[in-house]
Each structure stands twice: as C-alpha cells, then as structure tokens.
Design a protein. Structure first.
Ligand code: SF4
Length: 226
C-alpha cells in the first residue's frame, strides 16, 4: 500500500503515461470494491402492479437476470440491496414501501420501473396514486415504459452498475461516521402526509385560517395544541 501511496505523488513522464497504471488509494480500493459489489446486487422480491409481470419475466429463463448476478431475489429487505419499484404506487402502499426501504441495509439502491412508479403513469393525479415514488425515497435509475420490457429493466440494471462503478468509498454516505438517518414514514389518513413537510403544511394551514378571520398566531397556537 505504501508503494501505491507513492504512486500518487510520483511524476510520470508524458511518454510513459499510456503504459503505466497510476491511481490513488481510494480509487484503487473503490474499483476493487465496486467491481465485486456491482455483480451481486440482490433485488427485493415484491411487485406492485402490471410492471411486476415484466420484472418476473426478466428473472425467468429467457431473459435470465442471473447473467448479471441479480438472480437472488430476496423476500426480506434485510437481505436485499436493490428495490425495484415495479408498478402503480398507491397512497396506501407508500408507508410500507418507505418502511421496507428503511429496513434495507446500506449500500442500497432503487430502480423506478415504469411510468406509474416514476410519475403516476396513466393514473397520474388519481385520488389514490402518488405522482412518483421519488417524492418519498431516493431513486437511482428510472426505466421508462408502460410496461417496460424485460430488456429495458436489464438495461436499467446495467445503468445501475455504471453508477456503482463511479462511486467512491471515500464519499458515499454509508461509509461516513455515524448512522444514516431513516426516512420518516408517511402518515396515511384521509390523505397521505409526508412528515418532512409538516412545518410547511402547518404554515399553510395558519395562513388559510388567518385569511378566514382568525389571527395567524392563534391558528398556529391551536395547531400546536392539536
Ligand atoms: S406503467 Fe403501465 S404496465 Fe406499469 S404498472 Fe403502470 S399501468 Fe401497469
């Protein structure tokens, strides 16, 4: 390793640059680590709607996702590092999806498969459908289509590999000190509430009450009391 560290500062004559491999320690470690990791991404076994049928086809013999090292679909989030959101995301399902995402160990990735998961698809603005799962959890790769064919999902998987290849062990959040924060689970009531937006919702509520005659302070106070 000391030799490699020396390489970082060692000047290389321009005529030799194409013949020697110069790297930094963290790039070298990242390369080895990512090379091994990208070929064993285990998806979680769950589907939401018609797109899931195409995802199942991708895992069957004709398209054979095993060629890319992802044949082990795990029924538990604790054993998976890839969530494929395949299908229509209803408001009722969002709390479960966020909870499952929080239960996956890091490093973890998300593929949004199909028009529904990415933006609501044909059901966009529907009373019970969210306009994209990326409003709640971070998405790494979007696969377009309604439904995307299995080849499209495999292409998305290759795009994910390319993203993993570019990650640096020095910069990714899961190798920093301390624990990563879980995403607050949305609250399902008459509508879906994202706890991260509560201050914004309370402010808007106070504003509306003030417009209707009450003072903003009184409205905010009664909201806190509630
Ligand atoms: S994108 Fe199309 S195929 Fe996929 S879940 Fe939505 S409606 Fe079904």
């Amino acid at each position: 390793m000391d030799e490699l560290r020396d390489l970082n500062t060692m000047p290389v004559p321009s005529e030799l640059r194409h013949n020697v491999f110069v790297t930094t320690i963290d790039r070298f470690v990242s390369y080895i680590y990512n090379w091994g990791r990208k070929r064993s991404v285990w998806p979680m076994m769950f589907g939401l709607a018609c797109c899931a049928i195409e995802m199942i086809c991708a895992a069957a013999s004709r398209f054979d996702i095993a060629r890319f090292g992802s044949e082990l679909m795990r029924p538990s989030p604790r054993q998976a590092d890839l969530m494929i959101v395949s299908g229509t995301v209803t408001k009722k399902m969002v709390p479960q999806i966020v909870r499952l995402y929080n239960q996956m160990p890091e490093p973890k990735y998300v593929i949004s498969m199909g028009a529904c998961a990415t933006g609501g698809g044909p059901f966009k603005e529907g009373y019970n459908v969210v306009s994209g799962i990326d409003k709640f959890i971070p998405v790494d790769v979007y696969v377009p289509g309604c439904p995307p064919r299995p080849e499209a999902l495999l292409h998305g998987l290759l795009k994910l590999y390319a993203k993993i290849e570019r990650q640096s062990v020095r910069e990714v959040p899961w190798y920093q000190k301390g624990e990563s924060e879980a995403i607050p689970v949305p609250i399902l009531g008459p509508d879906l509430i994202d706890p991260r937006r509560l201050p914004e919702i309370r402010a808007r509520l106070a504003e509306l009450r003030a417009q209707q005659g009450g003072s903003p302070e009184a409205s905010a106070g009664s909201e806190k009391g509630a």
